[in-house]
Every structure is written in C-alpha cells, then in structure tokens.
Design a protein around this ligand. Structure first.
Ligand code: PFF
Length: 442
C-alpha cells in the first residue's frame, strides 16, 4: 500500500479543512437561505445549530479520522466492525455524487469569471446564464474544473492540498473582506443590512426556517460524508480536536456571515429582491452580474474579484470531495494516488454530464445528496460515536484536551440533541425532495 500522507503543519491542516468547508454553500446558500427565512432569525438559528450540532459532529469526525488514520471506509470498519464499512461506502458515494454536481456549478462560476475578464458579459444576463449553464460549454467548464482538482489531488496531501490551501485561503479571506468593504459604500447597504440583521421573530419558530438552517449548516461545514474524517486521518500528533473543530466552524461561519454583508447590500442597491427570491442560482449568476454591469468598468473589476472568490472557494471544496473518493480507492483498493485521482476524477467528470445538460438535475442532486444524505450520514455518525464507540472516542478526545466534563457533555450531545435535531431535519429534507424531483419531469 502506498504510504499515507500527513499534513506538514497544524496551520496547513486548518487552512485545508477550512478550504473544504468554505465553498459555494457559504457564498450562495447562506445568504439565499437567510433572505428566504427571516434574515437575522435565520442567522441566529444557524449559529445555534453550528454550535450545538455542527461542532459536536465535526469533532466526532476529527476524532474518528485521527484515531483510525484511515479513509472513511476503513475508518468506520475500525470503529464499528466490518458491517459499518457500508456506511463508509455510502459516504464515498455521497462525496462522489456531491462533486458530480458541485463541479458543474464551479464550471458556471469559472465561465462567468472568464466573461468578466474579457468584458464579455451581455446585457441580458438571464439569457446568458441559460446559454452557458446547459450544454457543451457547461460540460467543458465542468471538465476543466475537474482536471484542475485532479492535478492538485495527485500531488499528494502536503505538496498538493496543503500547498494550494495555504496560498488560496488567505487570498480568499482578503478578497471577501475587500468585497464587504466595497459593498458598504453602496447606497443600498443600509436597507440591505437592515433586512439581513433584523430578526423576523415569527419566522424563528417555523419548521422551514429551522430545518433550512440545519441543512445549510451541514452542507456548509462539509459534515456527514467523511470529508473531515479523511482530512483528520492525516493529522500527526495529539493536540486539541475540539479547538480545531471550533476554529474550522468559526471560520466557515464567519465567511458565510461576511458573504451576507456582500450580498444583501448588492441586492438592495440594485433592487434585485424579486429575482433573488425566484431562485438561489438566479441570485448568484443572473442578478449579481446584472447589477455589476450597470457599474461600467468598476463593475467589471468587482465582477472579476467576485467570481474569483467564488471559484477559489469552490475549488478548495472540490479538492476535499475528490480526496474522499481518492483516499478510499488508495486505502481500500490499493490504488496508487495518481491512479486513484485520475480514475476517480474521470468517473466523477462523466457522472457530472447530466448536470451540465440540465440544471434541474443539479437542483435535484443538491437536495438528495447535498442535503438529505448528509443529514442522514451525520445522524448515523452521531449514533455510532454516542452509543457504540463512546469509550474509545472519549479517550481519543481527552488525549489532547484535558476537560473530562466537556468530553462528557460532547458525548451527551451526540446521544440526545444531535440525533433528535438531525432526525427532524432529515424528515423535512426528504419532504423537500418531492418538488425538485417533479421539476425534473416538467
Ligand atoms: N462545504 C462546501 C460548501 O459549503 O460549498 C460543500 C461541501 C464540500 C460539502 C465538501 C461536503 C463536502 F464534503
């Protein structure tokens, strides 16, 4: 078997994990969900969910990864016996499924970036998006994204993933902060912030708001499919895992929050509320370019920064997804890293073609694998760690974290609050599958 990679530094691991977490979900899903579900009421729920459900599950994934030093299939077999390896197989398939549509959206982002660089975004941004999102162009952009991702994965954990993350993540933070400063200068910033940050308390208690926040948080933190297990399997040494989980969750949430500080002023400045409420994709790929076009040269410049930010965010997430699939092929099938990366990546590129031909398929896959399957995966993980593997989990946690009381609280959350919340969320995300499935046949 090939030698397993390892992170070169703790910072390298954190930046890679934050890179996996921060993605299209932060910059598009979060603001969109907040705009649909009561502004700050959503934001507050989201923070609560991240703290009491996201961080415990993230910690569980880190504990499993570091303890077993294996990719999800072998890791779960080590934790729960041979039968549990099927959950690992499920995780790898979910990662495969997510990347197959995620890379298509990444391709749309790359295409708009190129269009902004060339100054070639037409006035009718809706028609333009229609033309670039489905068809040969979309397939090519999706393939290009997959090839870039594969080239990084085959270079290895330290020389590929870590090196790229250490450069791209600080760049991303800088770009998004610059965008937030720019957005603050817009005349729409006041009403935008007001809408974003004023709680609609009545919506706080709606099932849609609650489960919307939960599903969004899970996707955003990349939980429930072993991405974090995989990254933590390359962690050398001991160190505090809750501290790492907290830092990753905090960074991810901060980027999502600052993303809202960019999006809402733009939406209100250009009066795009209606278009945004029509669809999340519409907000990002139709409304934002339309707004920017009306700014002339400055708009072109902001467009380049905006879509570069999105592309970087998407790429580092795509890397973490392909790493799940590749590391499983390396550990379980004995493939070399380059064979695993190229074969896994090529299979995902092919599986993504339907999404590059129909954006309804992208919407359906997002709801199925990006929501329902992740929540199911997280639910099963919480039950396994909370009930079956709790003694070893506790010991592994305490190895670098000398707080027995907090360790007990963690196990308690995994046994109670987390499964209950995730079971309710799972129910609503399965119900939400109906409409997106019907859209496929309309
Ligand atoms: N967290 C990514 C985002 O917010 O866009 C999406 C994602 C990446 C989900 C990796 C799951 C995953 F394993």
């Amino acid at each position: 078997m090939a030698t397993r990679g390892a992170w070169g530094s703790n910072t390298g691991f954190i930046l890679a994990a934050v890179g996996g977490a921060v993605g299209l979900g932060n910059l598009w899903g979060f603001a969109y969900s907040a705009s649909q579900g009561g502004g700050a009421a959503f934001v507050v729920l989201y923070f609560g969910f991240v703290l009491f459900v996201g961080v415990p599950v993230l910690t569980a994934e880190l504990v499993i990864g570091r303890h077993t030093k294996r990719s999800p299939i072998a890791a779960l077999a080590a934790v729960g016996g041979d039968r549990m390896k099927w959950l690992g197989v499920f995780f790898v398939l979910v990662g495969f499924g997510i990347l197959s549509f995620y890379s298509v959206i990444m391709g749309w982002t790359g295409r708009l970036l190129v269009d902004f660089v060339r100054g070639a975004v037409p006035e009718d941004t809706a028609a333009h998006f229609g033309a670039i999102s489905e068809g040969i162009g979309a397939i090519v952009a999706h393939f290009v994204g997959m090839i870039i991702t594969i080239l990084i994965i085959v270079r290895g954990v330290q020389r590929g993933i870590e090196r790229v993350s250490v450069v791209l993540m600080p760049t991303l933070f800088f770009l998004i902060a610059s965008l937030a400063v720019w957005a603050a200068t817009l005349s729409g910033s006041g009403p935008g912030y007001a809408f974003y940050l004023q709680p609609e308390l009545s919506e706080l208690f709606e099932a849609r708001t609650i489960t919307g926040a939960a599903g969004q948080a899970f996707f955003s933190l990349s939980l429930g499919m072993g991405a974090m297990i995989t990254y933590a399997s390359y962690l050398p040494g001991r160190g505090s895992l809750p501290a790492k989980a907290g830092l990753i969750a905090l960074s991810d949430t901060l980027v999502a929050f600052v993303g809202g500080l960019v999006t809402f002023p733009v939406i209100f400045h250009f009066g795009l509320q209606q278009e945004v409420s029509d669809s999340a994709i519409g907000a990002l790929f139709i409304a934002v370019p339309r707004g920017l076009l009306s700014f002339g040269a400055a708009g072109q410049y902001v467009g380049i920064v905006f879509f570069s930010t999105l592309y970087i965010a998407a790429l580092t997430s795509a890397i973490s997804l392909l790493e799940v699939v590749s590391s499983a092929a390396i550990d379980s099938l004995g493939f070399s890293r380059s064979r695993a990366g190229w074969l896994g990546g090529a299979a995902i590129a092919l599986a993504g073609i339907p999404g590059a031909l129909s954006s309804d398929w992208v919407g359906f896959l997002f709801q199925l694998v990006g929501q329902a399957c992740l929540v199911l995966g997280g639910l099963l993980l919480a039950l396994i760690v909370g009930y079956v593997w709790k003694d070893s989990a506790r010991a592994e946690l305490l190895a670098g974290f000398d707080h027995p009381g907090l360790a007990s609280a963690w196990i308690w959350l995994l046994r109670t609050v987390v499964p209950v919340m995730l079971a309710v969320t799972l129910y609503f995300s399965v119900v939400a599958l109906g409409p997106v499935a019907r859209a496929l046949f309309d």
